[in-house]
Design a protein around this ligand. Structure first.
Ligand code: FES
Length: 116
């Protein structure tokens, strides 16, 4: 991460189609931005330690190429999620750092997060 404090925005789309666009500095995660902005449906109970899966989101298809797939450990965590719909575009939002390339990112909040 460079020293520049550029802003990046993320739009969170709810299952009912409503959307909120939130802005913060690069280097934060998509999860931290959601929590700090009180976005519904992202609980992040483990605080970003990749242990809970309650920060699960779907990347909007048009952004998938830029965000890319989960790493091995994250993918294993996603596979183990119970009681939620997992899609090809599933990611844990605590593992996605805001960057200039992701400015304008759109993610969909799942209808349910796993119970832990
Ligand atoms: S916040 Fe727990 S896995 Fe992302």
């Amino acid at each position: 991460m460079s020293g520049a404090r550029l802003m990046a925005k993320v739009t969170y789309r709810q299952p009912d189609g409503s959307e909120r666009t939130c802005v913060n500095f690069e280097g934060m995660t998509v999860m931290h931005l959601a929590i700090g902005s009180l976005v519904d449906g992202i609980d992040a109970l483990c605080g970003g330690m990749r242990q809970c899966g309650t920060c699960h989101v779907y990347i909007a298809p048009e952004w998938w190429d830029r965000v890319g797939p989960a790493g091995e450990d994250e993918a294993a965590m996603i596979e183990a999620l119970e009681g939620v719909e997992v899609r090809e575009t599933s990611r844990l939002s605590c593992q996605i750092q805001l960057s200039e390339e992701l400015d304008g990112l759109v993610v969909e909040v799942p209808a349910d997060q796993p119970g832990i």
